[in-house]
Design a binder for this molecule. Sequence first.
Ligand code: E4P
Length: 214
Amino acid sequence: MKFFLDSANLKEIKEASDLGLLDGVTTNPSLVAKENKQKDFKSTIKQICKIAKGPVSAEVISTDFESMKKEALILSKIDKNVVIKLPMTIDGIKATKFLSKKKIPVNVTLIFSASQALIAAKAGAAYVSPFVGRLDDISSNGMNLISEISDIFINYGFATEILVASIRNPIHIVDSARLGADVATLPFKVLLQLFKHPLTDIGLDNFLKDWNKK
Ligand code: E4P
């Protein structure tokens, strides 16, 4: 399973890269606006691409097909690793088809149902991003969606990768891995939580205490 960092914070991205666990990065307009008050989207993506040596998702802010196309073509020139993130809308899917035909990889975001994932895969998306946490937030079951999408993609041999998004805790990652999801995009806080177990800390503490006994 690949780990992407869901962040536009350069310090976090560098730290994840130093841990040797960074396979890519996903951003969205909210994350970029939080880190770059001038909202200089291009410069943020450029800096991220210098640190991360894998796919970096850059989301368009246009909502109509023609403007999405134009914006995507500009973003895709920033770096060879840029993946265009498009929303799951009719125009977004038209743009997915257009860009995929040009061999520009697309991540279709804001996926909340298996039918949306199927449409995105048929349009040639490189990734679909189902938002598990936001589904759990409304008392739905995010992980059921991953299971449904996985069944469908296996049935038809789609090359589209399942990129589990809106991850809130380590259980989301373990469950996604058990279901065979290709990628998990993690907030930095959750990446660090993956390392932790109280028994590891207690065990290490006891080993060192025993070792240092006089
Ligand atoms: C995915 O690419 C999104 O950036 C992200 O995972 C959304 O997560 P949130 O629901 O925590 O905002």
